[in-house]
Ligand binder design. Structure first.
Ligand SMILES: [Zn+2]
Length: 376
C-alpha cells in the first residue's frame, strides 16, 4: 500500500494556511432491510432514471467505478449467488455476490477463522442500481442533497453494484462498520491477508482526495488473485491501479481472471418454480406463487427488501396485492412501471393469457416461453 502523501496534502506542505477540507469524503453504506422496505413503499415517487448517466460496463473485475466513473443503470451481474448463513451477519437474509467473489470470500473467511480466530461475515454485498437509488433518495429526504452526496454513493457510482464488493464485519465489532475496527488485531489480519484471496481495500486511510471516500477498513472489492498480487507489488492504492488499468497503462498487466461459469439460475424473483423449495436460494422465507402464475413465480415478502436477481427483469420492487400482502415483484411492463424492463436476452411476457385473464408480465429467457401465455 502506498505511503506517499495525497496530492492536496503534499501541496499543503508548501503553502497551506487556508486548506479546504477534502471534498465529499463519506461512507458508502447500505440501509437496514426494514428501512429499505419502507423506502420501497415510496418508490413510485422516485425517479431513478435521472441518475442513469453512466457508461461503465461492470462485467470486468477491474472496472473503474468511482464518483466520476459510473456504471450503466442496466448493469447487473449475470452470476450472482446467495451467501450461506455462515457467511452473512444475522438479520441479513439475502446477501449476493458474483460466483467467483463468493468462492473467494468463503476461502477468506475460513482462513480468518483458523489463522486469526475471527468469524468474519458479510454485512452488505451486491446492491442493485435501484437499491442504491432508493438508498440515496432516502438520504436526500432525511438530510438533504449535500449531506447525501457526502455520505452516500449516487446510483451507478457504488462499487456494490458490481457484485464483487463486500462490507465485512464480525460480532466482535458488534456487526457494525466503524473506522475504529481498524485498530483491532483481527482487522489487521484482514488488511494483510485479503490480497491472498483476491480482495483489495477500496478506501484506505488518508486517501480521500483520490477515492472520494473516508477510510473504510471494512469495504473490500474482489479483483482476482493475480491482479491483487500486482496491486500489492506496486505502490498504488486500488483506485490508482484501476485507473491505470482503465487507461491501458503499459506498466501493468491488469490480469483479468476468468470467472466460473454459472448456469442461468431460475431461482430469482419471478423465476420459474413448482414448489417453495425451488426458490430456496432467495432465503428461508421465499415461496413459489403458482396461482395466476404459469410456470410459477419465486418471490419473497417485501418486509426485508427486494433483491435483484440476475437473468431476469431489470429491477425488482415491492408490489402489494392479495389483500394487502406485499411481495417482491419484477415487472417488465413499461407502461405501468416506469423502471421496468428485461435484461438483454430476455423477453417480456406482458400479454394476456389465452382466456383473457391476468397478465403475465414477467421476463423469461428467450426461447423458454411457457405455452400458457402469449407474448405481448
Ligand atoms: Zn461498502
Amino acid at each position: 500500500m502506498r505511503i506517499a502523501l495525497p496530492l492536496a496534502f503534499a501541496a499543503c506542505l508548501a503553502a497551506c494556511d487556508d486548506a479546504a477540507p477534502p471534498p465529499s469524503a463519506g461512507h458508502d453504506t447500505d440501509l437496514p432491510p426494514e428501512v429499505l422496505a419502507d423506502a420501497e413503499q415510496k418508490a413510485d415517487q422516485v425517479d431513478c432514471r435521472q441518475y442513469d448517466d453512466g457508461q461503465v460496463d461492470g462485467a470486468s473485475l477491474l472496472a473503474l467505478v468511482n464518483k466520476q466513473d459510473a456504471l450503466r443503470g442496466s448493469y447487473a451481474p449475470a452470476d450472482l449467488l446467495p451467501l450461506g448463513a455462515e457467511l452473512r451477519m444475522p438479520d441479513r437474509p439475502v446477501v449476493l455476490l458474483r460466483a467467483g467473489a463468493r468462492a473467494a470470500f468463503e476461502a477468506l473467511t475460513s482462513a480468518a477463522l483458523v489463522e486469526a480466530g475471527v468469524d468474519l461475515r458479510a454485512r452488505s454485498a451486491y446492491r442493485s442500481f435501484r437499491e442504491q437509488c432508493l438508498t440515496f433518495d432516502f438520504k436526500v429526504r432525511e438530510n438533504g442533497l449535500e449531506h447525501a452526496d457526502r455520505y452516500s454513493a449516487r446510483p451507478g457510482r457504488s462499487q456494490h453494484q458490481l457484485g464483487t464488493t463486500v462490507d465485512i464485519t464480525a460480532e466482535i465489532w458488534d456487526w457494525e462498520l466503524e473506522p475504529e475496527m481498524a485498530e483491532t488485531a483481527e482487522a489487521g489480519w484482514l488488511a494483510t491477508n485479503a490480497g491472498r484471496f483476491g480482495f483489495a481495500l477500496s478506501y484506505p486511510a488518508g486517501q480521500e482526495d483520490l477515492t472520494g471516500y473516508a477510510f473504510e477498513p471494512w469495504h473490500f472489492r474482489y479483483i482476482g488473485v493475480e491482479a491483487a498480487a500486482e496491486l500489492a507489488a506496486s505502490d498504488l492504492i486500488l483506485e490508482e491501479y484501476l485507473r491505470a488499468c482503465a487507461a491501458g497503462d503499459a506498466g501493468f498487466a491488469c490480469p483479468e481472471e476468468p470467472q466460473p461459469a454459472v448456469p442461468v439460475n431460475q431461482e430469482f424473483i419471478g423465476g420459474a418454480c413448482a414448489t417453495d423449495a425451488d426458490c430456496a436460494s432467495l432465503g428461508p422465507d421465499a415461496l413459489c406463487l403458482v396461482e395466476d402464475h404459469p410456470g410459477g413465480y419465486c418471490t419473497v415478502p417485501c418486509t426485508r427488501g427486494c433483491p435483484d436477481r440476475a437473468g431476469n427483469n431489470q429491477v425488482t420492487f415491492c408490489h402489494g396485492e392479495r389483500e394487502g400482502e406485499a411481495w417482491c415483484r419484477s415487472k417488465c411492463d413499461f407502461s405501468r412501471f416506469p423502471e421496468a424492463g428485461c435484461r438483454e436476452g430476455y423477453t417480456c411476457l406482458d400479454g394476456e393469457r389465452p382466456d383473457g385473464s391476468a397478465r403475465a408480465d414477467v421476463c423469461r429467457p428467450e426461447g423458454q416461453l411457457p405455452d400458457a401465455v402469449t407474448e405481448g
